[in-house]
Design a protein around this ligand. Structure first.
Ligand code: ADP
Ligand code: MG
Length: 521
């Protein structure tokens, strides 16, 4: 027998609205002073009445549409009753029977439901246990809850799912979903079960057989709360899976309970057992009207859904032939991808009406690659060249210097200019790398740098010829060897000329010139 882990996630996200869920208090996640953004409604004064924030409802609906879920034509709020000091009304307005969205799918994981509720206040406990403080700025913020089916098979998949959801929320503008700021919070339901050898469930995606197909039944689940980073999601689930397998292996049972995650010790600990589970006495919220949504409304919202992360991945890969690693960097960073798209459109515009040196049509590049001109479309090669400089050199430099995208000194126009200079054979790739480095460090446009640094491609053939002749006369041994057929010697001579020109000459041109002059000697 082998063990198979099963995981279902419950993810909360604070929505990015101007005001709170049921009142006009500000929704400002950056407010540092406690109890500033509050009013009689969100601190639960008797006699006050809630009003539904339409924007919050729309944002949840957009998430539902983005994930292929079904917007419920009828939906309403319910009261979830419990007592806790961060909940001034003694109940949370949530949704139970009629959530806003049912169904959907993300990365092969089925979504059970998405509903809307209000957040609670924040408790700050005295480390010595003498008192607790409460900040109601967060009380009543619109909070989306998304619940998945138990379709996830490993800690890593759970983390991937949560990361992808974060991206979707950010793309939609539904939530900043910053986990450090508590704007996105995860709970993981974890169980393990024995499955016969060879019947292990597939991983992720379409090939995953359902639990029924595998012939197994799900084990007892444990809910792990307070996972406030992606790392915590992964670590806590890994820990919990191991713990449960060890229990079963030693003949014990897994207790159905809620556990917390101790970040420092990297272990889960028991918080409450099933016996002490709450009875929330849900009932329809009498102070709010039920909601009904028309097809027209749904279609209007659908039209507002922007390009989503997965669509963007496919487009970037297809349109610019970027490799998977580069695509991922761009998809995760909207600042950088906006930069790249501007570079690409500059190049596209330039290439579309261009005749290059030697009368060639667009973009027969200064890439010293034999047979290059036969390779695919010219535009495609130009993007590939730009993509290479962008993903390996440029992103490498940004990472090395830890520059945030909004503090970049290079702008897309200058970056595109640099690529154009390579294509026009004004500079060699060696020089381009050096110029890019100073551009990243100090800004400015590439042609100015090339001039300042004396790095312009030596294209003046008389000047280059003089250098080649000098190198030939100073390296007679290599010249003789080359004449005898030793190709390495030619390479050596090319290197010597490159050195003389500080890398600013085109190696192809040097090679041709050397061969010509040596042959004619
Ligand atoms: P509860 O009634 O205890 O809240 P739910 O049926 O609402 O349980 O499920 C809550 C979450 O737990 C969902 O994400 C669901 O996919 C997940 N879940 C349910 N059963 C299991 C299980 N046996 N193992 C892992 N996750 C599970
Ligand atoms: Mg539940």
């Amino acid at each position: 027998m082998e063990y198979q882990a099963t995981i279902g996630l419950e993810i909360h996200a604070e929505l990015r609205t101007k005001t709170k869920m049921f009142c006009a208090s500000k929704n400002d996640p950056d407010e540092k002073h406690p109890n500033v953004n509050i009013c009689p409604v969100c601190i639960g004064h008797p006699g006050t009445l809630p009003v539904i924030n339409e924007e919050a409802v729309k944002l949840v609906h957009k998430v539902g549409l983005a994930l292929g879920g079904e917007i419920q034509k009828f939906s309403r709020f319910d009261r979830k009753n419990y007592f806790y000091p961060d909940l001034p009304k003694g109940y949370q307005i949530s949704q139970y029977k009629h959530p806003l969205v049912l169904g959907g799918n993300l990365k092969g994981v089925r979504i059970t439901r998405i509903h809307l509720e209000e957040d609670a206040g924040k408790l700050i406990h005295d480390p010595n246990g003498k008192f607790s403080l409460v900040d109601f700025n967060r009380a009543g913020l619109p909070l989306m809850e998304l619940v998945t089916e138990p379709d996830i098979k490993s800690a890593k998949e759970a983390k991937n799912f949560a990361e992808e959801l974060q991206l979707v929320l950010q793309y939609l503008g539904a939530s900043d979903a910053n986990m450090e700021k508590g704007q996105m919070r995860c709970e993981a339901n974890v169980s393990v079960m024995k499955v016969p050898h060879g019947k292990t469930l597939g991983v992720f995606g379409d090939s995953t057989p359902s639990v029924e197909e595998s012939g197994a039944s799900l084990g007892t689940k444990v809910e792990v709360k307070n996972l406030n980073s992606f790392r915590a999601v992964e670590r806590a689930i890994d820990y919990e899976v191991k713990r449960q397998i060890e229990l079963l292996e030693s003949g014990k049972k897994v207790a159905q309970e809620t556990r917390g995650w101790n970040e420092n010790k990297e272990e889960t600990f028991s918080q409450r057992s099933k016996e002490s589970a709450h009875d929330y006495r849900y009932f329809p919220e009498p102070d709010l009207p039920p909601m009904e949504f028309t097809n027209e409304y749904i279609e209007e919202l659908r039209a507002e859904i922007p390009e989503l992360p997965e669509q963007k991945r496919n487009r970037l890969a297809e349109e610019y032939k970027l490799d998977a690693k580069a695509v991922e960097i761009l998809v995760k960073d909207r600042g950088l991808s906006a930069f790249w798209e501007k570079v690409a459109s500059e190049l596209r515009e330039w290439l579309s009406g261009k005749t290059l040196p030697g009368g060639k049509k667009p973009g027969f590049l200064a890439v010293s690659k034999p047979g290059f001109e036969e390779l695919g479309s010219v535009e495609e090669e130009s993007y590939k060249l730009a993509a290479n400089y962008f993903t390996s050199d440029f992103l490498g430099l940004i990472k090395e210097k830890e520059i945030p995208p909004d503090e970049l000194l290079v702008d897309p126009e200058n970056f595109a200019e640099l690529i154009k200079m390579i294509i026009k054979k004004e500079i060699t790739s060696r020089v381009a790398k050096d110029v890019l480095r100073v551009m990243v460090e100090q800004g400015g446009d590439p042609s100015t740098w090339v001039e300042k640094m004396g790095l312009g491609q030596v294209s003046d053939s008389a000047q280059l010829e003089a250098i080649v002749k000098k190198v030939i006369s100073e390296n007679q041994k290599a010249v003789e060897d080359f004449k005898k057929g030793k190709q390495q010697s030619l390479q050596f001579l090319v290197g010597q000329v490159m050195k003389e020109t500080k890398g600013a000459a085109n190696p192809e041109v040097i090679r041709t010139l050397l061969t010509k002059i040596i042959g004619g000697v």
